[in-house]
Design a protein around this ligand. Structure first.
Ligand code: ADP
Ligand code: ZN
Length: 748
């Protein structure tokens, strides 16, 4: 019987709160609506709408699902032709604005593109159930118009504030008037106030676009003008803000942000490592007089709820967040800025595999607003889009305030080897010593947590491996543990070899940051050394440490890639990369690009405030194109080569890739399923299937893994092809799981 069109209009405008009940009168025709529930369902489920409930596409509702109740989103899909009588009714319409049309279309697009069940995309939007109900109002006091009979100085101060009729909280008013709360209570008893309920305070104040305008250099001003123009046009566009480290990209895009705010739009800034970017938040505060709302996995639950709710209601105008912020229910989004757009942290590889950078562009397209991608080392994809004119490129070629770029050199480790058992070459040690003498800071960078990546027995050769993963256990000496970096499995480091029983013959192979710290402590006994690694401390502690470093409270910083991201250390003039070759080893097609980006970013930490600075790369392959590009500063030559290489091999963005990861409790099951899927592949002129091959990480958390790689031409319909494969192949059953990764970044 379907729903009767136009019937929407006849319902009472104000939804009932709390549980609505099904009409007793079953003769009345009832509406049926599709509701997307946060489950791996391919389609929304149909529910009956109780009489008096006014739902529309985007409404967030509570519905029964099996024995439970879940939150879901009403969609505009066509529902099955079932009688409403057979359907279970919606339990509750939350008192919450509906998800806006742009967001609804974005969700649908994301599900299609990533080949994910739409319900799983809805799940990302509906993560904060407690936010579906409005925040409770708090009791407040408002001047009733009645003057007290007895007046005192304290009372007069209170009345002066309260007389304009604004509502205050009891303590807020006492504090503002500089009186004790008993004064307020006395006035209340005297009938001076009436009790009112007032809305909770916004989580962040509205940004003030004129708070402290930056004085931009002429290059910056020109770049900012062009970005502002893009925002003014209120049209979809993508601008690649391509500026060297320290060129002031942030200051420049803040102007675009200000314009969007002025137009009454909400703005989203995506950052790769938001939990650590205290400095960014402070800079935002310096410019706009308030912080943006933050969104990332380390937020306290209550804060999360409030941010979600206030984004939806529009009190929050600017969010700075991690990739998942793309799925916040903005109702008026008008600009997205993706900072460090090349960063691989934007790729989510869990449940719904997506790249937030690419999704941001799609979100802008759907919402018809501009997107800004900022980077000192843009991804090859964005480079090509700029070359082909799809993105507008704006360059900032010099550092702000004439600060010079660091002087970069490779240290050939074959010619200048470290002392036996050490990892720092004499050339690097000398440079650190000179920096110490100048009372400036050095960073020793090694992108590897822990003490040593491998432990083995010198007697029998036994290697410590994770029982559930095909990876070596990494020694974490500070914690006295051997840890699997795949699954987190950890065990105490034994005194004797578990295989041959020999005592005291276990040796650590290779360096991690903890081992570099040990060497640095011996080599530079008087220096103040800080080790920064995500496993050593929580986010709060990290933020404090980073501040301390910025204030100069360390001479040598030893850190993993988190120090590379978005920090300004004013006194840092030397960056030493302990193992510049590290990222080049694996067989990843993006290895060179990634290494180039990381090395550029890390060395870019040096000399940001104008002091003469140096970056030293310890490498065994000084002639590798990546090292040459970094040292010569000729990024263009590197990019040209990479782009040519990609084009020749038909790799993205000149071709398309998709991956299927098949895992199961046993190896034969995983392999058999992968083979069967391979056989189910349709024939295509434009698309090849490679594999199945056992994944380089063959075992993760006790699951055996195989991979299929789908490689197509640029125009090929990879998604259609994969859908056909999955449709014709065997279904997932038992322990078997198939994950789809469109545009894979990782091949492990
Ligand atoms: P990028 O993001 O391009 O690496 P930043 O935006 O972090 O560069 O700027 C580098 C440094 O220069 C920061 O400390 C920033 O505060 C400073 N800076 C850049 N532009 C200006 C400006 N117009 N006025 C004042 N300081 C600036
Ligand atoms: Zn493991």
């Amino acid at each position: 019987m379907g729903y009767i069109s136009g019937k929407w209009l006849f319902f009472r405008p104000k939804p009932r709160q709390g549980h609505a009940h099904m009409s007793e009168d079953s003769r009345l025709p009832q509406k049926i609506v599709p509701v997307l529930v946060p489950m791996p369902a391919e389609r929304p489920y149909s529910y009956a709408v109780p009489e008096g409930m006014d739902v529309k596409p985007g409404s967030i509702v509570r519905v029964p699902l099996g024995p439970r109740e879940v939150a879901g989103i009403v969609t505009s899909d066509v529902t099955d032709d079932i009688s409403a009588k057979k359907l279970r009714p919606i339990s509750e319409l939350f008192d919450c604005p509906p998800v806006d049309d742009g967001m609804m279309r974005f969700m649908r697009w994301a599900a299609d593109y990533t080949i994910s069940p739409p319900g799983m995309v809805a799940r990302m939007v509906l993560r904060v159930p407690a936010a579906f109900d409005p925040e409770p109002h708090v009791p407040g006091l408002r001047f009733s118009g009645r003057e007290p009979e007895r007046m005192t100085g304290a009372r007069a101060r209170v009345l002066e504030l309260a007389e304009d009729g604004m509502a205050w909280t009891r303590t807020g008013l006492a504090h503002a008037a500089g009186v004790s709360a008993t004064v307020i209570d006395g006035l209340h008893t005297a009938g001076v106030f009436e009790q009112v309920m007032i809305p909770p305070r916004p989580i962040v104040a509205a940004p003030d676009i004129n708070y402290a305008k930056a004085v931009l250099s002429s290059d910056q001003a020109e770049a900012a003008d062009r970005l502002v123009e893009a925002v003014s046009s209120k049209d979809f566009s993508v601008t690649l803000l391509d500026g060297v480290t320290g060129s002031g990209k942030t200051e420049v895009y803040f102007e675009a942000l200000a314009k969007a705010i002025e137009q009454g739009k909400q703005v989203l800034i995506l950052l790769p490592e938001i939990a650590l970017t205290q400095q960014f938040l402070d800079r935002f505060h310096d410019r706009f007089g308030t912080k943006p709302a933050e969104w990332h996995s380390d937020l306290a639950p209550k804060t999360r709820e409030r941010v979600w709710r206030q984004v939806m209601e529009g009190q929050v105008r600017v969010v700075a967040g991690a990739r998942s912020a793309l799925f916040l229910p903005f109702n008026d989004l008008g600009l997205i800025i993706v900072d460090e757009e090349h960063d691989s942290a934007y790729k989510q590889e869990d449940r719904v595999f997506y790249n937030a950078r690419d999704m941001a562009v799609v979100r802008g397209h759907i919402g018809n607003f501009p997107v800004i991608l900022a980077s000192a080392t843009p991804s090859i994809e964005s480079q090509v889009n700029a070359i082909q004119g799809k993105y507008t490129r704006i360059r900032l070629t010099g550092r702000y305030a004439e600060a010079a770029m660091p002087n970069l050199r490779a240290i050939d480790m074959r010619k200048s080897p470290p002392r036996p058992g050490g990892f720092l070459s004499p050339a690097l040690v000398e440079a650190v010593n000179q920096t110490l003498q100048r009372k400036e800071q050095s960073l020793l960078f090694l992108n590897r947590r822990g003490y040593a990546p491998l432990t083995l027995c010198r007697v029998c050769g036994h290697r410590f491996q994770c029982p559930c993963c095909s990876s070596w256990l990494v020694e974490h000496r500070f914690r006295g543990q051997l840890v699997c970096h795949q699954c987190g499995h950890h065990e105490p480091k034994p005194d004797a070899c578990p295989s041959c029983g020999t005592f005291d013959h276990l040796v650590a192979c290779g360096p991690g940051v903890e081992r570099i710290a040990e060497e640095a402590e011996k080599t530079f006994p008087d220096a103040r050394i800080i080790v920064l690694s995500s496993d050593l401390m929580g986010v709060k502690r990290l933020r404090l440490e980073l501040d301390a470093i910025a204030r100069g409270e360390a001479d040598i910083v030893i850190g993993t890639q988190l120090v590379a991201k978005g920090h300004n250390f004013p006194n840092m003039t030397l960056v030493g990369v302990v193992d510049a070759d590290l990222g080049l080893a694996n067989g990843d097609p993006r290895a060179a690009e990634r290494t180039f980006q990381l090395l550029n970013q890390v060395t870019g930490r040096a000399g940001r405030t104008g002091k003469k600075s140096t970056g030293l790369l310890q490498t065994y392959q000084p002639d590798h194109p990546v090292m040459r590009a970094i040292v010569s500063g000729d990024a263009q030559a590197f990019y040209d080569r990479e782009i040519e290489e990609r084009e020749r091999s038909g790799l993205p963005p000149f071709g398309r890739l998709g991956a299927l990861i098949i895992s199961a409790a046993t190896r034969p099951e995983a392999e058999a399923h992968a083979r069967a899927l391979r056989r189910a592949a349709p024939t295509s002129q434009q698309i090849n299937v490679l594999g199945p091959a056992e994944a380089p990480l063959a075992l993760v958390r006790g699951r055996h893994r195989f991979r299929l790689l789908i490689h197509g031409t640029r125009k090929a319909d990879i998604q259609g092809f994969i859908r056909a494969m999955l449709g014709a192949g065997p279904k997932e059953r038992g322990s078997i799981r198939v994950q789809v990764d469109i545009d894979p970044q990782s091949f492990l």
